[in-house]
Design a protein around this ligand. Sequence first.
Ligand code: NAD
Length: 497
Amino acid sequence: MANIGHLINGKTVVESSTRRQSIFNPATGEISGEVSLASKNTVEEAIAAAEVAFPAWRNTAVGKRAAVMFRFKELLEKNAPLICELIGAEHGKIAHDAEGELKRGIENVEYACGIAELLKGEHSKNAGPGIDCWSEFQPLGVVAGITPFNFPAMVPLWMYPMAIACGNSFILKPSERDPSSTLFIAELLHEAGLPHGVMNVVNGDKEAVDTLLTDKRVSAISFVGSTAIAEYIYTTATANGKRCQALGGAKNHAIVMPDADVDNAVNQLLGAAFGSSGERCMALSVAVAVGDKVADELIEKMQLAMKPLKVGAATDNNNDFGPLITREHQQKVVGYINSCESDGANVVVDGRNPAVPGHEDGFFVGATLIDHVKASMVSYQEEIFGPVLQVIRVANMDKAMQLINDHEYGNGTCIFTRDGEAARYFSDNIKVGMVGINVPLPVPVSYHSFGGWKRSLFGDLFAYGPDAVRFYTRRKTITQRWPSSGVREGVSFAFPS
Ligand code: NAD
């Protein structure tokens, strides 16, 4: 059985310690391997390797750093089928979905290939008599990333390509639930020519994370995961003097306006609510129907459209979506459906006991549609993270927006409408970080940045894109004068102006 270790200073390290965790094939429920949970010492070894590698990497010509990223991109594309297979085996994601995830990850490597342009800085000639002033963006040193299970390829790729291209060295602590694709991808960086020690991966749990959060040699932490942990990461990292961005959970609403093209909205909602079993931080998990007429039409058409949906194993690319990550999570999702029902909502399509022939022990939940959900229900207030679409009926657009603005999360949202004025009012006034107008999953392209508002993001800067260049560098501003020979400045006690 595979025992997944760490990548430290260019070498695979498998600890002799007994702290290990099982990895499951979520489609069969069987244990497929084990992952070593790094001890404090092992994480400190990785930090030391990153610290040693940093000075030479920082001083490597920016064009050479970009060249590593170009080769890395090629290797990712060449190895895409194997990477998608690894994702499917541990996460359960169907190949068509894993391919999409990887492509979005590669876009971040492409953006990092332009690092020379992105780090050019700012220059002002003659800021004063004979004085030039410029700002440059210097790497921070050793930086770390802690990532969730649901995008084992893409989310780490939001972080380290840009961090490394900026001249930092990096330590990644991926999810212990599906670490294989993440580790394999990181190893490709060495094939791409990255010097040893610049990129390190430590698998593990709280012990590994806490070591990264408190070690003085780590300058910054990027985190993506659930809100409770994001808040803990942010408060602990900043209390330890680190720069931190911590992206958390979500509850993403789609408003369906009375004038919407409902057939189109149904098509969009299907993929956005049930794709990847709803295990996406941008999954649309609530449809807010404005008026009973559009609500009734939406429910009727969704019910019909959901009939042919296929839930099953990652090995069959004809399946629409796969299992949930663990048995525990499957039970949690079913628990939310139960509580929603006992709170008075109407389960219109019930995915609690899906038939998946040949995979009876897999962690499956089928696509579920629930009508007449109320804001007071716990299943509405919390993130379900499963293939469940809740429908809330409201009287008008203001009430729909109020609902979204009052929710503790503010990651993504969308409006389905034909009315440009309504769409503009919505995007101007909604308290959410990423907004779609007839676009169900408004995940920004790699040259914009990704992040939520409210309790979906702790910190100031979004992930990837231009914000990542700022996050992984610190500004230094230099003011320079070279006096002409023989010219001496007089003494002045006034503030220079
Ligand atoms: P999680 O919070 O359980 O785990 C995320 C990371 O934190 C993992 O690496 C894990 O090992 C570590 N961790 C877990 N418990 C910890 C603890 N007590 N102390 C220190 N570290 C700990 O999240 P998950 O279940 O892997 O991922 C799903 C969650 O991530 C969902 O809430 C989803 O919305 C969120 N997510 C958010 C975004 C975003 O961009 N906002 C993107 C993807 C996923």
